[in-house]
Write a protein that binds this ligand. Structure first.
Ligand code: FE
Ligand code: FE
Length: 254
């Protein structure tokens, strides 16, 4: 993904607020809150349609609805891997955790690159200088509250659409047919300081190394829509509707 960020843009102020407000206790409480999902049942097709009216405030150069981004990501994958339906589906649904907006969450609890709480903040965090206003700034040294090779699953990563959709897929695992390999791609796709900045690698265990490869592999398809003129017409939408019917035949709890 081509990422260019400047000060005094809406993205700067978005990250400044996120970096002030997502501290360790906040993340622990959000994870606890969504360890039991809301009592809302809807099929994933409906969640996708909700993205028609959502524009992500953290993207530097995106002013199109997120549903277009969903279809375009999936189509880029389909062009290269016409047989890999699960990877195409992952492209289609990877950002559907943004339905958190409909549950009244602030945008800084939904979108944006994620970072780790409970240990020092690395300079690879976007707008790193705004981290100084985080209540946990300078609170931890070395590995903080974690131990080496503890595994990504043990980390308290800033809360957003990645972790939330992972929880939806996990807690509804009897109701869909998407393999867990793809849940992990979704769970860590915004964790840029890790997958692109190469920080936090001391916390990875052996299976996390495979997840890193999978995330980096997926990431090349998760581009901004302005970089792509892929046309989304009715037959494209029908193809994905059929895929969703095949892999997500039931309503999910959200
Ligand atoms: Fe995303
Ligand atoms: Fe995306």
């Amino acid at each position: 993904m081509l990422r260019q960020y400047n000060d005094n843009t809406p993205q700067y102020f978005f990250y400044k607020e996120m970096h002030e407000k997502q501290h360790l206790n906040f993340v622990i409480n959000k994870k606890k809150q969504y360890s039991n999902l809301n009592n809302i049942k809807m099929n994933i097709h409906k969640a996708l349609s909700l993205m028609d009216s959502f524009v992500d405030p953290s993207d530097p150069d995106l002013d199109v609805p997120n549903s277009i981004h969903a279809y375009q990501t999936a189509e880029r994958i389909r062009k290269k891997y016409p047989e890999n339906k699960q990877l195409q589906l992952t492209g289609l649904i990877h950002d559907l955790g943004k339905v958190l907006f409909n549950f009244g969450e602030h945008n800084w609890t939904v979108v944006g690159d994620t970072f780790l709480l409970g240990c020092p903040f690395p300079k690879s965090i976007v707008y790193y200088e705004t981290m100084k206003d985080n209540p946990d700034y300078n609170k931890y040294t070395d590995n903080g509250i974690y131990t080496e090779k503890c595994g990504l699953d043990k980390l308290n990563i800033s809360f957003g659409h990645d972790e939330y959709l992972y929880q939806v897929l996990l807690q509804n695992k009897d109701k869909h047919n998407l393999d867990s390999k793809y849940w992990n791609i979704i769970r860590y796709h915004s964790f840029y300081p890790w997958h692109t900045g190469n920080d936090y690698h001391q916390f990875m265990n052996d299976s996390d190394k495979i997840i890193l490869q999978d995330v980096l592999y997926f990431n090349q398809f998760d581009l901004y829509s302005k970089e792509d003129d892929t046309v989304i017409n009715d037959s494209v939408k029908q193809y994905y509707n059929d895929l969703l019917n095949e892999y997500f035949p039931n309503k999910l709890q959200w």
